[in-house]
Design a protein around this ligand. Sequence first.
Ligand SMILES: Nc1ncnc2c1ncn2[C@@H]1O[C@H](COP(=O)(O)OP(=O)(O)OP(=O)(O)O)[C@@H](O)[C@H]1O
Length: 684
Amino acid sequence: MMPPEQETSNITIHNSPASIMLTNRTENNVSVHAEPSASSTNIVPCSQEPIPGQQQQEQQARLRISVLRESLRPVTLKFEEVAYSIYSNFTARSCLSSQEPKPRRSVLNGVSGVVRPGELLAMLGPSGSGKTTLLTALGGRLTGKLSGTITYNGRPFSSSMKRNTGFVSQDDVLYPHLTVLETLTYAALLKLPKELTREEKIEQAELIIVELGLARCRNNIVGGPLLRGLSGGERKRVSIGLEMLVNPSLLLLDEPTSGLDSTTAQRIVATIRRLARGGRTVITTIHQPSSRLYRMFDKVLVLYEGCPIYCGRAEQAMEYFSSIGFTPGFNFLNPADFLLDLANGIAPDAKPDEQLEFHGRVDHHDDQNSTKHYLISSYKKNIFPVLKTDIDRNLQDSYLSTVISSKSRCEVRWNTTWWEQFKVLLRRGLQERKHESYSGLRIFQVMSVSILSGLLWWHSDVSHIQDQVGLLFFFSIFWGFFPLFNAIFAFPQERPMLIKERASGMYRLSSYYFARTAGDLPMELVLPTIFVTVTYWMGGLKPSLVTFVLTLLIILFNVLVSQGLGLALGAILMDVKQGTTLASVTMLVFLLAGGYYILHIPLFIAWLKYISFSHYCYKLLVGVQYSVKEVYECEIGMHCKVMDFPAIKYLGLDNKLWDVAALTIMLVGYRLLAYVALRIGQPH
Ligand SMILES: Nc1ncnc2c1ncn2[C@@H]1O[C@H](COP(=O)(O)OP(=O)(O)OP(=O)(O)O)[C@@H](O)[C@H]1O
């Protein structure tokens, strides 16, 4: 395939705007076709007949060498009259009237285009013109009221298309503590089909590293806002690499060059173009590309406040605008600057000083509006009809091939088994969070509290029953607070990653959920074990191994329930601040209603203790610590039954099974609630 500089167009450019739009160089030069391929990695024949061994081997060999070389399932993306609006109190904008007040605000208005395999389309437009919204819509990730049609080889977006689409968002969503190699390896293990062995998947990750020029920093941690790691360009390449692992046929990138120096930006766009030349359909949004970058684009789509003003070959954009009366002046060396000025309503005949002042001057507002209206009506008159013909022309072909092929195929929903996903996610989570789980600060926090409380209750005696009961109550409250607050962070912190990975169909929510909650368990259980061991014996509680083990088990049970509540609050609110506020109120209520501080709670509010897991835990702890016949020295020389001690009498120590059952219901209920909240909160 020829590099674009050498590629030639077979269609002569005429002065008529419509004839400019007819030119389609990719169709003439790129030797990939839009028919859905039978060798899709996530589409397998429905028939029960086994694939012959040789054929299977060939398929595997093809998968191995395919990454970054050529697309296996070329996709022609067509979108017609795409419109999107959001609820707003502000004045709505529409393509030809900008003053009319409406309850909905139009973000995209009648955007159309065709992007074929091998082509790189760049979306240009001022900030807020709707580029990201359109890109998100094309990636099948936009929720809300979207109208118009978007087809992929003539079909609507499907779960197989979802896995065939790479989406690189503007912000790099990566785990900061993993290295480049780990990041790509875990993604390869989750994303690549089960036909490949584990070693082959790791090999693919290595291939990507080499291909994207990341070999030098393969063992460096990715880093984040508070952790020094990769440079911006390297992070962006890791993000692209993650999407490239499945060799997607459609690659969408949101401002891949923002914040990068011009050389790095050029390197990234060169990579993207190379990916396009491998038969992929690539769309990128871009801010202020230099003229060098602009020359790398095959097509451009220019948006003006959500309305298209140009969609066609990049090199013909200037000629089109000249043909409708906007000729670039001497100061426009970069076509992108010219297009962006037009998309801001700045006509090229404005003098440089006027251009600078343009936005601030009221009397130019009308000029801006009339420029906008003229550009939009010219688009509708000259470009849209040609685009429409182009969209309709091939629609029938791809529809036919869809009908034929869909009869002989079915979609495989996941590339890896539930168990495989669970194992990889568990390992990845443990690695990413090991610094947090095993942090010295956390261990110090628990150890210092355990030693301090051991000293405060040092060898307490059963005759000081008030103190001993206080220690048991402290156990139940401390091990209610601590896991609750730790668990609240789990889902809100991982939300961007979860949304991103789930949107690309990487794993099931259930495998993620179980891996995430199981990953936290070791440390969540080890710390209370150490705590109880130290404080129990220092505090002089009953010197019986059985009682100690039962005390420990009750506290571990309480930890799991409290963790479940934290997970549920985090998943429902998805906001750490709100979650911790609600958790502190909840725990305060549990503390007061637990049955230790207030023994005469009015009946109308006494029910609060029944929803408190700390209450059940406290009851069970007291229940295993003292037997029914046990006595204590209530006054000098006088012995009273433990069960008659007011705080214990108030608790009522019968029905221990009911307490265990209540805790079990909470354990399951909170975790189920967390899962349901996560599922409901998912964009798809
Ligand atoms: N869900 C939403 N809620 C509120 N406003 C939205 C929403 N989605 C899009 N918008 C608005 O729609 C407009 C287009 O947003 P979009 O992010 O697509 O613009 P953009 O061209 O990508 O901008 P930039 O180049 O600055 O990223 C903006 O004014 C934005 O505030």
